[in-house]
Design a protein around this ligand. Structure first.
Ligand code: AMP
Length: 111
């Protein structure tokens, strides 16, 4: 989608630190990491947020979460996945994405 920063990252028009890619999903390191492992997992197809996501994309995101967790070595230690949605969710990029955070014991409260 025009003027979507994540569409531009997926297209290679904006540089990113790629972690994982398959036919449906692109994953890269967050530019402002909140944990030692902080990866953004993004469907290549543009959806504004998780409410718009179709079942095929949801399955592809789940597969990618599993792959990234293993690749980053946090599948056994544990990790957190978050998808911020809308103003109260503090979503700042309106292209569906999942944050995968790990590599440290995360706070028990999220807000
Ligand atoms: P959210 O607030 O859930 O919409 O998350 C958007 C995330 O995208 C934030 O954690 C930003 O740090 C991250 N971000 C924004 N621009 C870039 C970029 N060019 N490369 C990597 N991460 C980015």
């Amino acid at each position: 989608m025009d003027n979507c920063i994540f569409c531009k990252i997926i297209a290679g028009e904006i540089p990113s630190n790629k972690v994982y890619e398959d036919d449906n999903v692109y994953a890269f390191r967050d530019i402002n990491p909140q944990a030692p492992v902080h990866v953004l997992i993004v469907p290549k197809k543009h959806f504004a947020n998780i409410l718009e996501c179709d079942a095929e994309t949801a399955a592809a995101l789940t597969d990618a979460i599993r792959a990234v967790a293993k690749q980053e070595g946090v599948d056994e230690s544990g990790f957190r996945v978050i998808s911020n949605c809308g103003p109260d969710g503090a979503q700042s990029v309106n292209h569906l994405h999942v944050h995968l955070l790990g590599g440290v014991k995360l706070a028990e409260r999220m807000a």
